[in-house]
Design a protein around this ligand. Sequence first.
Ligand SMILES: *Cc1c(COP(=O)(O)O)cnc(C)c1O
Length: 379
Amino acid sequence: MSPQIPVFKPLIEKEEISAAVKSLELGWLGMGSYVQQFEKAVADICNFAPDSNKYVVAVSTGHAALHLSLLMIGVGPGDEVITPSFNNAADFQAIRACGAEPVFVDIDENTLCIDPTKIEELITDKTRCIIAMDYDIFISDHAALAEISLRTGIPILHDAAHSFGSTYKGRPIGNQHQYTMFSFDPVKTITCIDGGAVIVSGEDALKKLQAKRLIGMTQSAAQMYTNSRAWTYDIEELGFRYHMPNLHAAIGVSQIDKIDEIRYTRQQACMRYYNELSVLDWIEAPKGDFNSINPFLYYVKVLNGKRTELREHMKRCGVDTGIHWQAGHNFSFLKECRRGSLDVTNRIVDQILSLPLHSKMSPHTLDQVIESVRSFNCG
Ligand SMILES: *Cc1c(COP(=O)(O)O)cnc(C)c1O
């Protein structure tokens, strides 16, 4: 059988490899100068306003970014965090890692992002945070979310793992709320192999977070960014070994250098999927605002109840597909969690199907995926 077209295919080219080699030859493997460069590159993409007082803190994973963001917000035992049930497992586990409980809210049928109209009925005096996640080719309704946050005083944690390099109403992602997190894991649009980042507001938050990612050590990041360290420091509060190593940061910098090409080629692939697949009546191919996003994945909804059969057929045609995700409230660890009505979530979790989406995807590969969908006998 011919090799499968994978759902994800990292773009690792000679630039990434030579950046990796250089960082290894530097002889400083831990957090150092490349991490500073990476944080600067992320900040450039976010293009913060000069008076925004926003800073980037690179960490080891997206999960670490979520965990630290929740702790910075003050989420602790007995608290509740409202999140879509339709979200990444990392979000649920980060909430539980704080000793708090996820509360599941439904999503908008058209974007599969959090439905702002269903949040407020779930708010209690235990609610400490609302997580809003941008899904695949869609961006959450951040204006409505900011309005809810302002009115209720509950902070929004923006999970932008899918939307690094996208824009919302003309502003880059990273500027919408007090806390934003990114993931740069192996399958994300921009990868560090593994990595994450938190956008924080204010120098106090910056200092606090810099210590928290370094098992609580207060030694200055500025010194570590010269590839050296202080031998004396204080520990003032709980911290974790969540910093980013130089090797990962070096790879991330070389990826961000290519973001325009990555974004453009993925946009083109999504448009092609939309144009070719939206004509089929048994699937729904979503139309995003393709020119304003850096697409993570392209999904379709299989409307005829034959997702399993379609996946098997595509696999026989050499095309792998994914499911992002199973609903949180169906996991045994989370089945007792409080929730609102999850009608949309329950309907779409059996319909959604992630198609392969790669940076610099070849027209031939795209043809093969499209043909594998079209040739499914759906009668
Ligand atoms: C990937 C992802 C995460 C977790 O990031 P990791 O770097 O894999 O820990 C969190 N949220 C969403 C929406 C993601 O897709």
